[in-house]
Unconditional design. Structure first.
Length: 123
């Protein structure tokens, strides 16, 4: 059986590995979003169907994605996405609204996209 000090060392190493993994995943997601077409971004956003996943869980996961889209893509791409979801009708209006240029969060969002990441760094 491990002593308490050894167990703490192991946990700290796991914590650092998790921080590194999260940072690498965020970088990979940024590159993927920057290189994605409107059709590919549409398919990603469709996985957040308000009809399938409403409530706080939808907001908790969808809002960080929208923040990243605004941070990593241009206004024209976001406008094209907004039109795609506006055309899908009423169930998708919240999505269209979040992606519309007139609701650009540059002034509305209080935290940058990375602020939603856990408050730890690699040691």
């Amino acid at each position: 059986m491990q002593d308490a000090h050894s167990a703490l060392d192991d946990i700290w190493r796991v914590r650092n590995a998790a921080a590194t993994t999260l940072s690498l995943a965020e970088d990979q997601m940024r590159r993927a979003i920057r290189g994605a077409s409107v059709a590919e971004l549409t398919a990603l956003i469709e996985t957040f169907s308000p009809a399938r996943s409403g409530g706080p869980d939808w907001t908790r996961t969808f809002e960080p994605l929208v923040e990243r889209l605004w941070a990593w893509r241009d206004t024209e791409t976001l406008a094209a996405l907004a039109e795609v979801f506006r055309a899908k009708g009423m169930p998708w209006m919240a999505v269209a609204h979040a992606l519309s240029p007139e609701h650009n969060p540059e002034t509305a969002i209080r935290h940058p996209a990375w602020a939603r990441m856990p408050a730890f760094a690699v040691a």
